[in-house]
Design a protein around this ligand. Structure first.
Ligand SMILES: [Zn+2]
Length: 426
């Protein structure tokens, strides 16, 4: 990646400008001056100006991921805000929301301030999500109001489910006053029963402890009922099961504040991928059966899921080289996201881009119109048709734990423009 400061004036010349907010697509130039959008759709470009030839490419909003783990503070050997930012740029993301399961967790106003201040120097916009409970122990609510006023955009104990329904109820009631979503890692810990992978034919064959779809569906339904009673914002992360998706589809009709996400890996792989005990497929919640995968794709297409989120979860090689029982859950996902979902979803580009831009921004209450004249340039330039093999050299994360290495993907990010810099991914 070649990452440099934007010149005083930059002309993105002759691209297809696809605005995911209006759905309109036009041919022309986008001009950026002093890091701001100067014009959209104009022709020409004068001699002597810095230009990027965008013919054959699509210029669109910068991507937004509402669910990543950057491991700082505490596990800077896996990822830092800086290295995570580079992984984001490589994936076309200009804005990410980081989960609070760091060490210590982001459960105090001071820890949120620490991230907000450190994020200022990073080349992408990084928003902290504050913990719901102190120490992410699932018992006592954090100082919600202070955490939000320091810059937390949502609340979550992600990594750990909020098992106590009364704690979840209080969290939803309290955050409803601030119009912020609560995001609960939806797994019933008792039913999950230390499962290592999806409970089914393959787990039986491999002799690995199974985690049933019901562990997810039942927890999602509990959360949906609570959010419906309070009529407040609930965002359901990384849905994996047909039954979980069906619950969301049904309950969305009763509460328009419900939103949900799905990851590229749950759309791309099924549990047969685990047959060789590759620990890079060990994620929580697990990769499920082919029928679930197909239902997740349907749920994307019918609007049950609002957005794609990567759940980018870096781990060291040493940790992932442990046995399947001992290896930690999670895979990185920012760099491979677009090529994976563009391939597997095979849907109109303008619809797909909504799931990576306008919709996740709406979930978090961020500005949705990035082509407004005068707005700070936050753009991604893609070649939607390029087929390529995802390789280790495409990874900018500090970690390498991804099963996408060697996979053929479709659609490649070429440039990402964010916070006054441009990343060239050629
Ligand atoms: Zn989670």
């Amino acid at each position: 990646m070649n990452l440099k400061k934007l010149p005083k004036k930059l002309v993105l010349q002759g691209g297809t400008i696809l605005d995911p907010l209006s759905g309109r697509s036009t041919k022309g130039n986008v001009v950026i001056e002093h890091n701001k959008i100067k014009s959209v759709g104009s022709a020409g470009g004068a001699k002597g100006e810095t230009m990027i030839d965008c013919s054959g490419l699509v210029i669109t909003h910068g991507f937004c991921d509402v669910h990543v783990h950057f491991r700082e503070p505490g596990r800077e050997d896996k990822e830092t805000l800086q290295t995570g930012s580079r992984a984001a740029l490589a994936g076309g993301f200009t804005r990410v929301c980081i989960m609070p399961n760091t060490s210590p967790p982001l459960d105090s106003p001071e820890s949120i301030r620490f991230v907000v201040e450190k994020a200022e120097e990073c080349p992408v916009h990084i928003h902290p999500i504050g913990a719901v409970t102190k120490g992410q122990k699932g018992k006592e609510l954090t100082e919600v109001q202070a955490i939000i006023s320091e810059g937390a955009v949502a609340l979550s104990d992600d990594g750990l489910p909020i098992s106590d329904a009364q704690v979840m109820r209080l969290a939803l009631e309290y955050t409803s006053m601030f119009d912020k979503p609560v995001i609960n890692h939806a797994e019933d810990e008792c039913l999950r029963n230390n499962g290592l992978m999806h409970e089914g034919e393959i787990s039986t064959r491999l002799g690995l402890a199974g985690n049933p779809s019901l562990a997810e569906a039942i927890m999602i339904q509990r959360d949906l009922e609570l959010a419906n009673m309070i009529q407040t914002k609930l965002h359901v992360p990384h849905v994996t099961s047909a039954s979980g998706a069906a619950n969301i589809r049904r309950m969305k009709k009763l509460n328009s504040n419900i939103t949900a996400e799905v990851t590229p890996h749950h759309l791309f792989f099924n549990d047969q991928a685990l047959l060789e005990y590759n620990t890079n497929f060990k994620v929580a919640p697990p990769i499920r059966a082919e029928n679930d995968r197909k239902e997740l794709i349907k749920a994307v297409k019918d609007g049950t899921f609002d957005c794609i989120a990567t759940d980018h979860a870096p781990h060291t090689i040493e940790e992932k080289e442990a046995t399947f029982e001992l290896a930690p859950f999670g895979m990185i996902g920012l760099e491979s996201c677009f090529g994976a979902v563009n391939k597997v979803l095979d849907m109109p580009l303008k619809e797909l881009l909504k799931l990576l831009t306008v919709n996740p921004r709406r979930v978090m209450g961020f500005e949705e119109d990035l082509f407004t004249i005068g707005c700070a340039a936050e753009l991604t330039i893609i070649d939607p048709d390029q087929e390529w093999i995802f390789k280790e050299q495409n990874i900018y994360s500090k970690s390498r734990n991804t099963p996408f290495i060697g996979e053929k993907l479709k659609g490649k990010v070429r440039f990402t423009i964010s916070k006054g810099s441009i990343a060239d991914l050629k």
